[in-house]
Design a protein around this ligand. Structure first.
Ligand code: CA
Length: 489
């Protein structure tokens, strides 16, 4: 009975008992860069919690999200589809409707189908409700309608109203005598804002963030009332951690799937005082240390519960890093020799590699051999790959590919091609080549890079290789039709 045979057996779980299915935990940080982790080469920041996953699992050097901003990226994780197939899969305001079709397959629905209990804790940002939400009633459709048995989430981002948590669709801690109202077009009469009341601020905007002030921090959008339910940014990390721990404690005897959305290091970066000043890089560095502590504590809880060996755990990020993202928090001034995007060009919002080549680490003790993989993998493929692992199927068309053997480290081959979405434009990767077609209407030239030889995307080969450009462009155009592109750029 060779190890190879044992590995093959693990790839055919349909022959095994349901209770042999691993728990699945997907931890997705918010705006955490490839170069922000010490296991990915950071020197000025040490991330022992995240590094532990890398030491005990596989660290992917070519792990991708589909888009360089939160909403479209997370849309792909949940649906297995390219975000360009949905015109609404763009950075959403906090009162946007749910953008996921509740009739179609989703990642959590797949897990439910396989007999798992499913939970979502933390960052959400894929819309809630029907577009006309009364925050004082149960908000629906939401997490439950796309397949989560339990949810404890923030509606959008740290910097967008409503600055409250929702547990199973209801705002937590809301006083019925102080109802909550949200508006993204105009302020409520008499309510202070970041723009008009700088004297009330403890954190100042650099761009935007002129809306309501919550916890001394100006936000995007306006909210009124719901004072008792408003969050305290500095308590958010531990709260989400506790909810994540609670979920695994309650469900430790069952097979469970947990989507744990860390809210760091997205702005506003407000660490708990225990992490204040600890990185020497200002709030951005401090909240990364805080996020890492959360991961470390969460891993310890899995150890304590005897779940470590029974759990396939993934840590990744929803898009690349950013320094100044609208608050004066010294992220640029204090970054020094730290490279948040590692060796890559571009940042959050960018179609260059730094926008979408993100940390991606997978651990499944006893099944995946620890190491480093250069396989080209994408978060969007978790849906089809886990379906394969669990012997499940679905009839809806998705863009998710079964790359299970790459995720489990059995092959260094992964995807062969992928569309990469910037904030307003696209890139197309095919094997080691990345093509950046001009944004429609601009006069820019085509860009073509060989990212194996030139990971920093400095040497544009488009003029040298017109045939390659043409061939890739044809395939890119073909993919627009095949995958149902809806966006008009
Ligand atoms: Ca993000």
């Amino acid at each position: 009975f060779s190890p190879t045979v044992a590995m093959t057996a693990n790839l055919q779980p349909q022959q095994e008992q349901k209770d042999k299915h691993p728990n699945v935990i997907l931890i997705v940080a918010d705006d955490l860069g490839y170069g922000d982790l010490s296991c990915y080469g950071a020197h000025r920041l040490q991330t022992p919690g995240m590094d532990r996953i890398a030491n005990e699992g596989i660290r992917f050097t070519q792990g991708f999200c589909t888009a360089a901003t939160s909403t479209p990226s997370r849309y792909s994780v949940m649906t297995g589809k390219y975000p360009w197939s949905n015109v609404d899969a763009k950075i959403l305001p906090g009162n946007a409707a749910l953008i996921i079709d509740t009739q179609k397959i989703t990642f959590p629905k797949l897990m439910k189908q396989a007999g798992y209990v499913t939970g979502s804790v933390g960052k959400w940002h894929i819309g809630l409700g029907d577009g006309n939400v009364d925050w004082n009633k149960e908000v629906s459709p939401g997490a439950a309608e796309i397949g989560y048995d339990y949810s404890f989430i923030q509606a959008a981002t740290n910097d967008r109203v409503p600055c409250v948590f929702l547990e199973n669709g209801k705002v937590v801690g809301l006083d019925p005598n102080d109802p909550l109202y949200v508006n993204y077009r105009k302020n409520f009469p008499g309510e202070p804002t970041g723009k008009n009341n700088p004297e009330l601020l403890r954190m100042y905007p650099s761009v935007g963030h002129a809306g309501s002030i919550v916890n001394g921090v100006p936000r995007i959008g306006f909210q009124k009332g719901g004072k008792a339910a408003q969050w305290k940014d500095e308590e958010m990390a531990e709260l989400f951690l506790n909810k994540a721990k609670q979920f695994v404690n309650i469900n430790k005897e069952k097979s469970f799937f947990l989507y744990y959305g860390l809210h760091q290091p997205h702005v506003p970066r407000v660490p708990n005082e225990r992490f204040l000043g600890k990185s020497g890089m200002g709030p951005r560095g401090d909240v990364i240390l805080e996020a890492d502590w959360c991961v470390q504590e969460f891993l310890k809880e899995l150890d304590r519960l005897g779940l470590t060996e029974k759990t396939l755990l993934i840590l990744t990020s929803d898009n690349g890093p950013v320094l100044d993202d609208g608050y004066q928090d010294q992220a640029e001034e204090l970054v020094g020799s730290h490279h948040p995007a590692g060796p890559y060009r571009g940042w959050k919002c960018s179609r260059y590699m730094g926008g979408t080549c993100i940390p991606f680490i997978l651990r499944w003790p006893g099944v995946v051999k620890p190491g480093v993989s250069d396989a080209f993998v994408c978060q969007m493929d978790l849906l089809a790959s886990l379906a394969s692992l669990l012997g499940e199927s679905y009839s809806d068309r998705t863009d998710s590919q079964n790359t299970l053997s790459s995720f489990l480290g059995l092959t260094q081959k992964g995807r062969s091609e992928m569309v990469i979405e910037g904030m307003f434009d696209y890139a197309f990767r095919q094997d080691e080549w990345v093509l950046l077609p001009p944004y429609p209407g601009d006069n820019k030239a085509y860009e073509l890079y060989n990212i194996k030889k030139d990971p920093g995307q400095q040497n544009n080969l488009a003029d040298e290789k017109p045939k390659k450009v043409r061939q890739m462009l044809m395939r890119f155009e073909q993919l627009k039709r095949e995958t149902g592109k809806q966006t008009n750029y």
